[in-house]
Ligand binder design. Structure first.
Ligand code: GMT
Length: 391
């Protein structure tokens, strides 16, 4: 990534740069990826960016000049059966807000980040208080919002945030209904800002053991239950001819729990797994088709990542996915929970190379036209300015 001088860019642009604190889950996962990339992009636009979390976001390398990291120390008190993160996080948020004169605390994933931010803001009562922006990513409300042990706290933190955004209109509507909110939620879709692949397509295909004419069907996820990896494998087992493809899974978690299922289906020779891959762009550029089997998905950043590289996908039609990809134009959407429909979709696109190419081109056009950093990051900047102006 090119390193620009944030202050020089800020001077060119005009309006006063903002000091923005960002809190996210630093591990592999869509919300963390999005938040880290947003932080980097904001720094490139001249803002002062501070990440506050228990670990450096996994994409935040030493080359990230203009971005600071503030670590939250997790306590280890014998009295506590379960370590607490929310309180030390809120204390660190207040401390960084005071020291760095933060204008905005932007938290990604409501639990427990939004609650900690609201607490931090009220600890600064009588001082300069940052505005709190909460971005919802999906399971923070679709799953935890259904849990009576969490819902009232989530509702409170959202009602008290200065702005709340959701990564799709579907997630906004779902959250409004589920939590019966009395406040508006802005929709700001996710974006993708790829890094340059480090290896060639051929090198990657060789590493994966793909033969000439064998298509690379790619799945990327953190393997959580909502991703329905069982269904993904069932679908792969039904695709004919079986020699036409390999299913490459970039797993953001341990794949061991699924190994037996792969064996039972007899598709060990069709499935290649790579765990915790950092250079996803290497694999994205080499893929012919994406395959996603989620039972719920507020956006599906992985789908967008595939589209960016001109790769059409077959996916279940759930949640915000139709906002990202149009069925029949950039890929195929099928009913959820249906392995046969997923397999038929894969067969259709594997058998028809011109259609696959056409859809791939359309997917790339849509991804770059609508979901790029240049389109989306200014929407966050406008939102920050709005809340800072008291709107
Ligand atoms: O379930 C995941 O994929 C992880 C989760 C997260 O918060 O890291 O992903 C959610 O946020 C992503 C980024 O906004 C979205 O692209 C995913 O659709 C969303 N996951 C779900 O809604 C299940």
């Amino acid at each position: 990534m090119a390193v620009a001088s944030p202050s020089a860019r800020a001077r060119r642009r005009g309006p006063k740069p903002l000091a923005i604190g960002i809190t996210c889950y630093p591990s592999v996962g869509g919300s963390g990826v999005l938040a880290s990339t947003l932080g980097w992009e904001l720094a490139q636009r001249g803002h002062q960016v501070h990440f506050i979390s228990y670990e450096r976001p996994f994409r935040m390398t030493e080359a990230w000049t203009g971005v600071q990291f503030h670590q939250v120390a997790i306590n280890d008190y014998g009295l506590f059966k379960y370590p607490d993160y929310t309180l030390p996080l809120s204390v660190k948020m207040a401390e960084v807000s005071r020291q760095c004169r933060l204008d905005v605390l932007h938290v990604h994933y409501a639990v427990p980040h939004a609650t900690a931010a609201i607490l931090a803001r009220s600890m600064l009562d009588g001082e300069r208080q940052p505005k709190v922006v909460t971005t919802l990513h999906g399971t923070d409300t679709t799953l935890l919002g259904r849990d009576t042990g969490y819902a009232p706290a989530i509702r409170h933190a959202l009602e008290k945030s200065d702005a709340v955004t959701a990564v799709s209109a579907w997630l906004r509507d779902e959250t409004m209904e589920l939590l019966q909110l009395r406040r508006p939620i802005d929709v700001i879709h996710n974006f993708f800002a790829p890094r340059k692949p480090r290896r060639s397509r051929e090198e990657v295909r060789r590493e994966l053991g793909l033969r000439d004419g064998e298509a690379m069907v790619l799945h990327l996820s953190n393997l959580r239950p909502v991703k329905r990896v069982d269904l993904l494998l069932d679908a792969a087992a039904r695709v004919r001819p079986r020699e036409a493809f390999k299913l490459v899974i970039l797993a953001g978690a341990d794949f061991t729990p699924f190994v037996d299922h792969v064996r039972r289906l007899g598709i060990e020779d069709r499935v290649v797994v790579r765990e915790k891959v950092n250079d996803i762009e290497d694999y994205l550029q080499a893929a012919d088709l994406g395959l996603f089997s989620s039972e719920t998905e507020s956006f599906c950043l992985s789908l967008l990542e595939a589209m960016w590289f001109g790769c059409p996908s077959v996916s279940t039609q759930v949640g915000g996915i139709p906002e990202v990809m149009t069925s029949g134009r950039e890929g195929l959407l099928v009913p959820p929970g249906d392995a046969v429909a997923l397999a038929r979709g894969v067969e259709t696109l594997l058998q028809d190379a011109p259609l696959r190419k056409r859809m791939g081109r359309a997917a790339q056009r849509r991804a770059r036209g609508i979901f790029s950093a240049d389109v989306i990051v200014p929407q966050y900047e406008a939102l920050y300015r709005r809340v800072c102006a008291g709107g």
